[in-house]
Design a protein around this ligand. Structure first.
Ligand SMILES: Cc1cc2nc3c(=O)[nH]c(=O)nc-3n(C[C@H](O)[C@H](O)[C@H](O)COP(=O)(O)O)c2cc1C
Length: 308
């Protein structure tokens, strides 16, 4: 039986349904020689801003039961260094493996999103964008774009107006998922990434200080997965766009939960920190499941969950 892992999300085909999540794979090359690139259908880069950012001072990461808290503060090299220093590896990955390259966008106003896309759109090797809606909207007092459907539509439209390339909008679990999903679809998104870290906090009771320098942070890893599954399920019932499920994926079965809930593809994030080749593990698990139950394409599984 010939099992085919290729998936089509809107206008773009990926060689496998497994992406590397923004912020957990650097700019790709950090994982070179540690990962089986043929398992990776797409790389989502670290969030890129117009100017370089140093991020928050340490401590920026704290391990929790079944998860991880982070508040990196969107450290990144800035768009110019990204294009000159980081794109060459990403172009090589694309040529060698046929995988896709999406730039995750970090901006604090609609104008900044637009300027970022203007700068990136002509760059060879960029297949599209992922709009991170967890960014603070400084014009609205620092409230994240994704918190309201209007803010989300504003960010999505700002990107859509500057590009014909593929645009995914990354929803936050701390939002009204169906409303924000509909607002993104109406504003011209090609796909939705259903899952991001969940706002959370941990405290050192002996020192009576927060574990992270920024105070709160975002929870990722296995603890997030049931939340991501529900988000994906809700988004699948609200819009007809292709979905990329994100949250706590480390195995084929984890990915299948999101696929059965309605995702056409998934992203692997925190799992890569403990197992750099987590994407390869997910690919092998998907193949094993499909052979066992007689499925030949991922499409046959998308959104097919029932109740017991
Ligand atoms: C250290 C770290 C940095 C991250 N940086 C970004 C980022 O720059 N942009 C973004 O959209 N998401 C970022 N994320 C969120 C991940 O892309 C992903 O949505 C989240 O971790 C949930 O997936 P996981 O449970 O598989 O890690 C980051 C996550 C972690 C752990």
């Amino acid at each position: 039986m010939k099992v085919n892992l290729r998936v089509t999300l809107g206008s773009l085909e990926w060689p496998t349904p497994i992406g590397l999540a923004s912020g957990t794979c650097g700019y790709g090359e950090e994982l070179d020689r540690l990962i089986d690139w043929s398992a990776v259908g797409a790389i989502f880069t670290k969030g890129i801003s117009l100017e370089p950012r140093r991020g928050h001072p340490p401590p920026r990461i704290w391990e929790t039961p079944s998860g991880m808290l982070n508040a990196i503060g969107l450290e990144n090299v800035g768009v110019e260094a990204f294009i000159s220093e980081k794109m060459p590896f990403l172009r090589r990955y694309r040529q060698m493996h046929g995988g896709r390259v999406f730039v995750n966008l970090y901006a604090t106003s609609a104008g900044e999103y637009a300027r970022l896309v203007e700068r990136l759109d002509g760059v060879d090797g960029v297949d599209g964008y992922e709009v991170n809606l967890s960014c603070p909207n400084v014009k609205e007092g620092g409230i994240a774009f994704g918190t309201t459907p209007a803010g989300c539509a504003m960010a999505t439209r700002a990107v859509r107006e500057k590009t014909k390339k593929w645009v995914a909008v990354k929803l936050s679990p701390a939002s009204s998922v169906a409303d924000v999903a509909r607002a993104s679809a109406d504003a011209g998104a090609d796909a939705l990434s259903t899952g991001n870290t969940m706002p959370a906090m941990a405290i050192d009771v002996h020192k009576r200080v927060t574990r992270l320098s920024a105070g709160g942070g975002g929870l990722s890893g296995p603890a997030l997965r049931p939340i991501a599954v529900k988000m994906t399920f809700d988004a699948a019932h609200a819009v007809s766009l292709p979905l990329i499920g994100i949250g706590g994926v480390a195995t084929g079965e984890d990915a299948l939960e999101l696929i059965l809930a309605g995702a056409h593809a998934v992203q692997v994030g925190t799992a890569t920190f403990s197992q750099p080749n987590a994407a390869g593990v997910v690919r092998d698990g998907l193949l094993e499941y499909m052979r066992r139950y007689g499925f030949t394409s991922i499409k046959q599984l998308v959104g097919t969950v029932g109740t017991p």
